[in-house]
Design a protein around this ligand. Structure first.
Ligand SMILES: Cc1cc2nc3c(=O)[nH]c(=O)nc-3n(C[C@H](O)[C@H](O)[C@H](O)COP(=O)(O)OP(=O)(O)OC[C@H]3O[C@@H](n4cnc5c(N)ncnc54)[C@H](O)[C@@H]3O)c2cc1C
Length: 504
């Protein structure tokens, strides 16, 4: 890509990234490594990076590697366990670990302990049927090199050692079991995003905060022209670029719709809001050291699986429980009440209506969640911590997740729970929609953007990508020696191994 000379009326550049969340941060960092001569600009409507979903208080900070999330392993009709999704997500997380490790090793970001910490990942279930499921799941996963080190126990004495806070005061005689794997992580995606933006700034990326993108149009010479509102200065600016990434989180769908590309049609979004409970007593938080995922309630969407998490936020060890889902018509925490209605267009109205009819169970679930009182939320928490006291817990509002609705082989208006890259056929613009598994797989998703949008450059870029991400293009499950090598090396660079040991 040739650098374009700036004209006085329109500011031209090679690449524009919309939004200063973890996704733009990751794509910008990859592009700076692969094409350092390209000019990149970022526009963010808020005053700082990582203030929406990527902020540490707005997400659960789980380094999703399918070590504990029960919704990534389903039971097949013959009773066996399908682990294909768990394998896929674990492999994707390995890419993130390698890229972060490359950035630290190259001194492009520092102090990995400020964004990643080791923490055991556990799944916990109660009841005979659930215990039998967990055991089968453990047997299916523990032979796989990606899930090495996973332990299972249905012995209450062992569980008391693993999770004393959860086992204390538990009177029910129901069978209970857990799996535990020590190589899990807590990732502060807010801190990571801020570090990556510091790095981009040092590489001469122009970052414009308090600048909101209002419109995106194609120019006659094939560029993209963005109408930008300078919130502080009050002016309107126009910027053009050869390539645009819409990494606006919940705000991506409305911007994608403005591009008018055929790929943007018949797609809708459904916002799900979230709440966490946060423990305000350090002495209670000190009694728990794991991320413990339970089973989703009937009718609950997969991202509402309850979990009790040790988190490292603002230099402190704390405990978060949730998320409780809810409904808000906003697409961003800082969005507008008209976001949802404004996203309904002639080309997606039937898709949206079909989803409304199909997703009655979800609607019912969300209404129930919105109506939950604090005491009802405490009751849910007490399923995890029987002795939890109301005065030890506060509520924090988490980020918005906009779930994608689209027409698929499964029918019109199908609700998607994953992340979705939508790109123009010529690769000149791409948007990221959806929220799960989210930030953990940012590197995988942004490599997909590169593959789709820069196919001509990929051959030339491959050696550098392999230098940064040695397993690129390979399945680590099929290369256990390389997996071991990468795991050891990334643990060392990210400072995970010493900390893992320190806790035992
Ligand atoms: C409750 C909850 C729990 C989660 N838990 C996890 C987890 O445990 N692990 C995990 O990996 N992921 C998790 N996620 C998902 C993860 O947070 C997201 O996938 C990720 O942060 C998305 O990053 P992003 O850069 O796409 O969006 P964001 O971080 O939301 O950034 C988008 C940015 O675009 C800006 N923007 C929007 N519109 C405009 C505009 N018009 N002009 C200029 N700027 C604009 C916004 O202000 C924002 O700063 C969770 C999400 C939620 C909500």
């Amino acid at each position: 890509m040739r650098r374009v000379i700036m004209s006085s009326t329109e500011k031209k550049t090679d690449v524009i990234l919309i939004g200063a969340g973890v996704m733009s941060a990751t794509l910008g960092s990859l592009l700076k490594a692969l094409a350092p001569e390209w000019e990149i600009k970022v526009f963010e409507k808020l005053a700082k990076p990582g203030e929406e979903s990527s902020n540490e208080w707005n997400n659960a900070g789980t380094g999703h590697a399918a070590l504990c999330e029960l919704n990534y392993t389903s039971e097949k009709p013959d009773g066996s366990i399908d682990i294909s999704k768990a394998i896929k997500i674990n492999e994707q997380f390995q890419l993130s670990r390698q890229f972060w490790s490359y950035l630290v090793k190259s001194n492009l970001i520092r102090n990995p302990e400020d964004f990643i910490m080791p923490i055991p990942h556990m799944s916990l279930v109660q009841g005979e049927k659930n215990v039998a499921f967990l055991k089968k799941r453990f047997e299916a996963l523990s032979n796989n090199p990606l899930f090495q080190g996973m332990e299972f126990s249905d012995d209450p004495e062992k569980l008391k050692e693993w999770i004393p806070l959860i086992m204390e005061g538990r009177t029910s005689g129901e069978p209970i079991a857990a799996t535990k794997i020590d190589s899990g992580t807590d990732v502060n995606f807010g801190a990571l995003t801020r570090m990556l933006f510091d790095h981009l700034k040092s590489q001469n990326v122009e970052i414009n905060y308090k600048h909101r993108i209002k419109d995106i149009k194609r120019t006659s010479d094939g560029l993209w022209k963005l109408k930008v509102h300078d919130i502080e200065g009050g002016q309107t600016e126009y910027h053009t670029a050869k390539f645009v990434f819409i990494g606006a989180g919940g705000g991506s769908l409305p911007l994608l719709q403005k591009t008018g590309i055929p790929e943007s049609k018949r797609i809708g979004g459904f916002p799900v809001s979230g709440l966490f409970m946060v423990c305000n007593k350090p002495e209670v938080a000190a009694q728990h050291h794991a991320k413990v995922y339970g089973k989703a309630k009937v009718g609950a969407p997969p991202m509402s699986v309850p979990h009790l998490d040790t988190r490292y936020i603002e230099g402190q060890k704390t405990l978060l429980f949730g998320p409780f889902a809810g409904f808000s018509p906003k697409f961003l925490k800082t969005g507008s009440n008209f976001d949802l209605i404004g996203s309904v267009k002639p080309n997606n109205v039937l898709t949206m209506l079909a989803a409304g009819v199909k997703e009655m169970a979800l609607t019912k679930y969300l209404i129930q969640q919105v109506l939950l009182s604090n005491e009802k939320r405490m009751e849910e928490l007490r399923e995890f911590i029987p002795n939890a006291k109301s005065e030890d817990w506060d509520i924090v509002v988490a980020g918005q997740r906009v779930q994608v609705i689209k027409d698929t082989e499964a029918g019109r208006g199908t609700l998607q729970f994953g992340t979705e890259v939508v790109s123009a056929a010529d690769g000149s613009i791409a948007a990221l929609l959806g929220a799960s598994p989210g930030a953990s797989t940012a590197v995988h998703v942004m490599l997909e953007v590169l593959n789709r949008c820069f196919p001509q450059q990929m051959n030339a870029w491959e050696p550098k990508i392999k230098e940064m991400i040695p397993s690129y293009g390979l399945s680590l499950m099929d290369h256990p020696e390389l997996l071991q090598e990468i795991h050891t090396a990334t643990s060392q660079t990210l400072g995970l191994s010493e900390k893992e040991l320190a806790y035992h």
